[in-house]
Design a protein. Structure first.
Ligand code: C5P
Length: 229
């Protein structure tokens, strides 16, 4: 299976977004688009997304609230018929995950639910500060096991954990953000990895933002293609 690339469209500007879509077109990669909180919350975001056709769309809502509120939030986007993936924080708990799954099946059977484990911006030091006593690796494994038991469709984790998760979540998709092209710095991310290594570790989709969307997008896509060889 060809690894999919989801471009993180982190902007509030529809013009910039059109430019991202135009310049990321290539026959060498299977490209989809990820819309997170920044674009979805922006004045024109929702309507822009609703009009996108023939594209794989990943709505990165990272839901995390009580079950009733999350189910209602899913119901509130039932007019968006073109969504392929939605994210939820696994840390929201079993009942919330079940409620989201049930609500999503009611509005659109094709929507896949991805469980977000520990954000790629976090380190072992930072999760200790919010009260976790396990290591990131153990926490991600624990959360992915819960997501599997609820039959979520996929897991979001860093490339570092993907190699463990692929053994546990055998038939599930694995999305890895925190991707950096060779030679690039981490920025605000912590657990970063190159495209090639992430795929080797088990990623079925890569989520890539600024490495593609900053600067010359066409050149960045060529760099990505080269780095995956
Ligand atoms: O620009 P960069 O490639 O670092 O962007 C990564 C994207 O992936 C952002 O849109 C961010 O919200 C998202 N993401 C992440 N870590 C996760 C889940 C999603 O960085 N665990």
């Amino acid at each position: 299976m060809k690894t999919k690339i989801f471009i993180a469209c982190d902007t509030t500007n529809p013009k910039k977004l059109n430019n991202i879509i135009k310049n990321t077109k290539t026959n060498s990669l299977k490209i989809g688009y990820k819309f997170g909180l920044e674009f979805f919350y922006s004045p024109k975001g929702r309507i822009f997304i609703s009009k996108l056709k023939k594209k794989e769309i990943f709505l990165d809502l990272k839901l995390n609230d009580i079950p009733n509120t999350c189910a209602a939030a899913i119901n509130a986007i039932k007019d968006l018929k073109n969504i392929n993936y939605i994210t939820v924080h696994i840390s929201g708990g079993q009942e919330m995950l079940k409620a989201i799954k049930k609500a999503s099946k009611l509005i659109n059977k094709k929507i896949k639910i991805l469980g977000v484990t520990v954000l790629t911006s976090l380190s072992n030091k930072s999760i200790k500060k919010v009260g976790h006593t396990r290591s990131i690796k153990d926490l991600v494994i624990k959360q992915a096991t819960l997501a599997k038991s609820i039959k979520l469709d996929g897991i979001v984790c860093s490339g570092h954990e993907a190699k463990y998760i692929k053994k546990i979540c055998k038939n599930m998709e694995i999305f890895t953000p925190g991707i950096r092209l060779p030679g690039e710095g981490k920025g605000d991310q912590n657990r970063v990895m190159s495209p090639k290594k992430s795929i080797k570790n088990g990623a079925t989709s890569l989520v890539i933002g600024r490495s593609i969307t900053s600067g010359n997008i066409k050149k960045n896509i060529q760099k990505l293609i080269l780095s995956m060889k």
